[in-house]
Design a protein around this ligand. Sequence first.
Ligand code: ADP
Ligand code: GN1
Ligand code: MG
Length: 351
Amino acid sequence: MAKREYSTDELVAVLAGFGIVNVAKVERYGSGHINDTFKADGTDGVSYILQRINTDIFPDPDAMMENIERVTKHIRAKGGKSLEVLGYHNPWRLYAFITGARTVDLIENSSQAFLAANAFAKFQNDLADLPEPRLHEILPKFHNTLSRLELLDAAAKADVKGRLASVAQEMDFVNARREEAGRIVNAMATGEIPERITHNDTKINNVMLDDVTQEGVAVIDLDTTMPGSALYDFGDMVRTSTAAAAEDEKDLSKVFSRKEYFEALVKGYLKDAKFLNAAELDALAFSGRLITLTIGIRFLTDYLAGDTYFRTAYPDHNLVRCRTQLKMVKSMEDQRDEYEKIVRETAAASR
Ligand code: ADP
Ligand code: GN1
Ligand code: MG
């Protein structure tokens, strides 16, 4: 999907609808692939995050906002920092701007990996006792790799853009890994891996890091917070936080998973994720490979389908992203024994 442009007048009018009339500046912000995000500064020095929810992808924004309100109030009641919804008029919403902290697209050091993973562990911990009812399942089967494979197969069969022939290598890579694709969903179906409240988009740029201490002060981007597996959250941290290069790096020699960041993630996560059972611990290293493969499958599917889902900046953007993900999977596979050992030793030490 190409980026949609908004005029300043349009944005100022939306802000006025939320009662913000003293706008000094409003501009696009962040690097997300789905929603349109803007930072608005008031003449009084107060800033806001204005977002247009992508309703093609999130068909029930009311349910999403209900989840977000419940989750953020619960975290705040425990003394934690969270997003603060200032207003919502479908499809627009306004958040208070969190100050004194920032996000990074590419991790800068091991300490950040430790602190970001620890923030996501605390987030899951904080939500473990969220009172009933169950959160809305905003995007059903979101991380279900078996369903994602079905969608890939359908897109390959339709081949609407005639791109299938050019992705034979990528299809082969995915096909060689079909057998392990169901490991987590199948274990969830038997109850071996429990359902928990999870974030489901634990990219490194979805945690605000304190400007001074680097600590993860608030987990943001709560659109997909819903019932899921804790493993998907840990896995997506591995995908994004151990990557040595950007998600859309074209030079694949720069793309690999960094062991020292993996180790920091495991330590930061296990410090507070005491709730994990044996089956979850056993699949922790695997979850990084699985989620990365899953996101690679999603980019490939979108490429074959003609770029209708993720925001793209150029024609092959989704293919470039797919290739980095598959390279990351390969890199994690190459370090599999070391990664499994790190998890085993850290888990044993933290019990
Ligand atoms: P997307 O769903 O498009 O990824 P996010 O909600 O993650 O959108 O917002 C995009 C970026 O905007 C984040 O990575 C972060 O840098 C910034 N951001 C989002 N919410 C806030 C907030 N409440 N305070 C400060 N910055 C924010
Ligand atoms: C999307 O919106 P953003 O950029 O945080 C996507 C995630 C993917 C990610 C890949 C709702 O997240 O699932 O992992 O891109 N969000 C949705 O970078 O599909
Ligand atoms: Mg985000």
